[in-house]
Design a protein. Sequence first.
Length: 757
Amino acid sequence: MKKLFFLVYLIGCSLLGYALPADFVWHKPSLNSSESMPVGGGSIGMNVWVENGDLLFYVNRSGHFDENNTLLKVGRFRIQLPHKFQSNASFTQRLVLKDGYMVVDDGSQRVTLWVDVFKPVIHVEVQLEQKGSVTCNFESWRHHDRAIGKGECFQSSYKFRVPKGCMTHQDQFEVKPSELTFYHQNPDSTVFDATAVQQKLNAYIPQMYNPLGRLIFGGKLSAPQFTFQGTYQGVYQQVDYQGWRYTAKQPLRQYSLDIVLADVQGTVAQWKAKVQQTSKSIQAKQDFKNTIKWWNAWWNRSCIEGQGKAEEITRNYTLFRYMLGCNAHGQWPTKFNGGLFTFEPHYVDAKSTYTPDYRRWGGGTHTAQNQRLVYWPMLKSGDYDALKSQLDFYVRILKNAELRSQVYWNHEGAAFTEQIENFGLPEHDEYGLKRPVDFDPGMEYNAWLEYTWDTVLEFCQMALEAESYGGMDISAYIPWIKSSLDFFDQHYRYIAKKLGNKQVDQNGKLIIYPGSGGETFKMAYNPSSTVAGLKVVTQSLLSYLQLHHADSTEIKKYQAYLKQWPDISYREVDGHQVIAPAQVWARVNNVEPTMLYPVYPWRLFGVGKDSLDIAINTWKYDPYVKKFKGIVSWEQANIWAADLGLTEDAAYWNTEKMKNGPYRFPAFWGPGHDWTPDHNWGGSGMIGMQEMLLQESGDKIYIFPAWPQDWNVHFKLHGSKQTTVEATLNQGKIVELKVYPKSREKDIIVPPTFQRK
C-alpha cells in the first residue's frame, strides 16, 4: 500500500505540474540554537527555535559585512507568549516548505514567521485562543565595542591575526514607543584599505571597487501594538548582551510586527530613507500571497523525491535546496561556510566561545573552490535566479582583478585568486605576512594557494551553461569570461619570457608552469584540471560568440587560444592508463584528486564518451584517488562515481554524503573542513544526486545513468538546450517519462536493464 500511495502521489504531483514538498515538523522544543530550524526568503535567513518556553530567532542577511569583513547577524529576537511553549502532545514546530514559512503551535498559541521574498521584511504573526499579553524582545551583543580575540579573528578578513586594538564596533540603537531602529555603520577606512596597502595598491584605492567603506546595514522593528518597557542586561551562551523589551499595550488575540532590513553605502539619512521606503511598501496580505506563489514556483522548477533507501537523502536534498532558496535574491552569494544559518560557535567547536557572528574562514572571503559547489547544482535544478548572485560577484570585482594584472605584470586579463575577498583581492593573511623583500607583489606567498588561478573558470562555465540550460541572458558576463581566459594567455607568456627565449613549447602549446592542481599538486607543469578548464571554457565561449555573430577577429582570437592550450597528461599505474594530475609536480599539499576534474566539472570523460575506461581506471587504480576519496565538505567522490556510471559506488558515496547531519536539522552538515552548516557539503551532495539521475553526452540525454534500479524515485531536472526531463521509477520500472521540448524525446537513453511501462 505504501508503494502504491507513493506512485499515485508522484504521478499526481507531476500531472498537476507541481512537486510540492511535505512539511518538515518537530514535536518537541529545542535545547538551544544548535537545534534551530532555518527559515527565510529573498536575502534573509533566520535560525528559529523554542527554548525554555520562549520563541527565539537569529536574523542574518546577505551582504552585512562590517569594517573587518565579518558577516554580522542583525541580532536575536525573543517572543514571549502568555503561556510558555511546553513539550506536550500538541506542540509542533512546522516548516511549511512548499510555501516558505514556519509555524510554532501548541494548540492554544500560534506564531507564524515568514519573510517577504521580494522585500527585505520579516513578518511575525501571533494568534491566541484567548486574549493575552505578548512581549517582543530584541537582544544585541554589539551594544558596546568588542575586542576581537586571537582565535576569533578567523571570522574576519584578517583571519590569523588582527591589528592591535582591532574591534567589532558597536551598533547604534534608536528607541521610540513602538519602534526600535538598529544599525551598524562602517567607517571610511576598513580592511579593504589595509589589504590594498599591504598589496601595494594604495595608489589605486580611489578607483577601486570597495563594498565596505561607509556601508550601513541593519533594520527597524515596527510594533504598533506594543510599547517600549525598557532595557535589560544578560548573558546568553557565554556572551553578554543588552535587550530592548516591547510589551503589548493591551491584551489581544492577534498580534503582528514587522522587521524591515536595509543596507546602503552612504549616510545614515540615506539608510533611514531606504528603511522608510520599504516600510511604506508593505501590504502584508498581498505580499504573503506573492511569497507563497514564488515558493510554489521554486519547487515546481525541479525536484528529487525518493522512497525507501532514497527517502532520507532526497528529503535532505530538498531541505538544503530550501536553504539555498532563502538567498535567491541576495546581492551577495550564499557563503559556503554557513550561509545565512550559523548559530552559537561553541556548538560547532567547543573552544570557540565567541559571539553568534563567528564562523571559520571569514564572512567576506569567498573561497572559490568551495563556493563553486554551492552553485553548480543550480543549473540542473533550474534555479538561475539564485545563480545570478554568484556570477554578479565576479562582474563586480572584475575591475580590481584586472588592475592586479596591469599593476604587477603590465599585461591584460583578470587575476582571480582562490581565497578571494568580496573586493577582488587575495585575503589579507593568505597573501603572506612574512614575505621575502623581492617576492612578486602579485603573488600569494602561500604554500596552498600559490598559482591557484583556475577556479574562476568553473564560474565562467556556469554562466555559459546557464544560457543553454535556462535561456539566461549572459551578455553582461562575457567581458569577465574573456578577461579570465586572457589572463592565462597573457600571464603564462609573461612567465615564459622571463624564464627563457620561447613563449611556447615545440608543438606550439602554451606552457602552464608554475601551475597548480587545486591546492594539492603544487609547482605543477600543465595541471590537467587547469588544462581541461581552459579547453572547455574556450570552446563554450566560441560557441556563444558564433551563435551571437561576434566579430570574426574576436572569434579567431579564441580559436587560437583553443589550439594553444596544452593537452591533458596521462600516466600508467599497475598497467592501466590513468589521467595524471599534471605532466609533473613537485609536492602534494592537500587531499584533492584533481586528476578527476576532467570528469567533473569539465565532462571530457564520462558516460557516453569513448574515454570512459581511462577515467574509470583513474578512479580504481590511481593511488592518490584511492587515498583522497571522501565525503567531507568539498570532497566529491560521490560526484565522480555518478559521472563514471558506477551505480554501486555512486549509491554508497551519495548515501554517505547526504545522510542526516549531526544536528537536529538534518541538512546542517559539518563542520568538516569548514563550518556548520556546511553548504559546500550540501551542494556537492546535490550535484552527486543529480548526476546519478541525469547526464548528457553530445546530444544524448542519459537518465538513471548511476541510479540503483530498486530505488523508487521521481525527479524533474533541467538539461542543456532548455530541456526539462521528468521521470518516475517505481519497482524497477520507468512508469512515467516526460521530456520538454518534445523534440528531445529521441535523445533520451535509458539503461538497458530498466523497463519502460
